[in-house]
Design a binder for this molecule. Structure first.
Ligand code: FES
Length: 391
């Protein structure tokens, strides 16, 4: 077997000059994906008035109420439900800021820390009980942020790198071009080491100033130039952040305005507030119908829904009148991670606000989304005297 050559060893170790140069691009796809996703998530929330409306089953408030049932940080969620709208704006603006910072490579490490913090909180609040655990996206996002926290945003397509270059130019600090030189060439020029001495140069100590391919000493940077560099970095960095923040605020304002105009223009997209039925204890009515009285059947007109609390479990329930006298009802807890599903008349589906699972109204079966199975059906019947009973 031939002995390994130096070039095959370099390739085996992954240290070819090409791979070294390509490493600068390695984080770019992840950075662009995370940036675009978070910016989109923020704008999507801003464009959806239902997200901020407590009446909507898709609102931040509905999500918090649903998530608080099972979340390990349920006390915190309960305490914040009364500030749900404010929290919704904080999340939407935060996502937009994190997304733009990451996308543009501006204060990338700070954006990555904020993104990981937000993902961790969404994981604890909403996705903690996702089963299997990898069906909840938040845990994946949490770990996807870690390379950017550790290594920053890289030097490619990055405003951070551009700001550093500009500040260095303005401070008169020469930028050193980095050139990858195969170690074999260095050895050919400078000789080989032997116990700390250079065989090629009459056994003199190996030192950079004898080598024609190594930098003998770094360029002299004066303290004044360094101070200028720091000052210019702060000035250029702050102005860039201010410009990007201004552009983000205008984009957010326009997105919110367009969302409101569209929602009010398109009839049927406004979320209807379902009637809430107050269960009034188990019993049997004069007609012989057993169960918990929910209320008059007239409260649930054909094609509409009403919610109630299931006395035995405390879970929210939802009942529909599909057609005259034909009622279907379900435990409204999503089997994915325990959020409360809601009914949006425009979609003719029950939709989970947390990860978007959709369920058929007639059967409760999953139409789309990560929910592993359909909603638990309940039996609701109408008595002869026109009341609804949960059996
Ligand atoms: S809780 Fe995840 S889709 Fe409903």
């Amino acid at each position: 077997m031939p002995p390994p050559t130096s070039s095959s060893l370099r390739s085996a170790g992954g240290f070819t000059a090409r791979s070294w140069a390509l490493a600068e691009w390695a984080l770019l796809p992840l950075r662009l994906f995370l940036g675009a996703t978070f910016a989109y998530a923020g704008l999507q929330k801003m464009s959806n008035p239902a997200f901020f409306s407590a009446k909507s089953p898709m609102s931040i408030q509905a999500q918090m109420i649903g998530a608080a049932r099972m979340s390990p940080i349920h006390s915190l969620l309960h305490a914040m439900i009364s500030h749900a709208v404010l929290l919704g704006w904080v999340i939407a603006s935060g996502e937009l800021a994190i997304g733009l910072g990451t996308l543009l490579g501006l204060k990338t490490r700070i954006a990555a820390v904020a993104g990981a913090f937000l993902s961790l909180n969404l994981f604890l609040a909403v996705s903690f009980h996702s089963s299997p655990y990898f069906t909840g996206a938040d845990i994946v996002f949490l770990f996807a942020w870690t390379p950017l926290i550790i290594a920053g945003g890289g030097s490619r397509w990055s405003l951070d790198a551009l700001i550093t270059r500009r500040a260095a130019e303005q401070a008169g600090i020469a930028r050193l071009p980095l050139v990858a030189v195969p170690f074999e060439n260095v050895q050919n020029f400078c000789g080989k080491f032997d116990k700390g001495h250079c065989r090629a140069l009459s056994n003199q100590p190996c030192a950079a100033d004898r080598c024609p391919v190594l930098l003998t000493r770094p360029p002299q940077v004066t303290p004044v130039a360094l101070k200028t560099f720091d000052r210019r970095s702060v000035v250029i960095g702050s102005s860039t952040v201010a410009i990007v923040a201004g552009a983000a605020a205008v984009t957010g304002f326009l997105t919110t305005s367009v969302g409101h105009i569209e929602a009010s223009a398109v009839s049927g997209q406004k979320a209807a507030t379902p009637t809430t039925l107050p269960p009034s204890g188990a019993g049997t009515n004069s007609g012989g119908t057993k169960g918990t009285l929910l209320g008059p059947a007239s409260s649930v007109p054909v094609g509409s829904a009403a919610t109630f609390t299931i006395p035995s479990s405390g879970d929210p329930g939802i009942v529909f009148q599909l057609d005259k006298g034909n009622f279907v009802a379900y435990d409204a807890i999503c089997p994915h991670a325990g959020c409360q599903v809601g009914y949006t008349p425009g979609s003719q589906l029950m939709v989970c606000p947390c990860h978007g699972s959709q369920f058929q109204i007639a059967t409760g079966q999953v139409v789309a989304g990560p929910a592993p199975h359909g909603l638990t059906p309940l039996v609701v019947v109408e008595s002869a005297n026109g009341n609804l009973y949960l059996q």
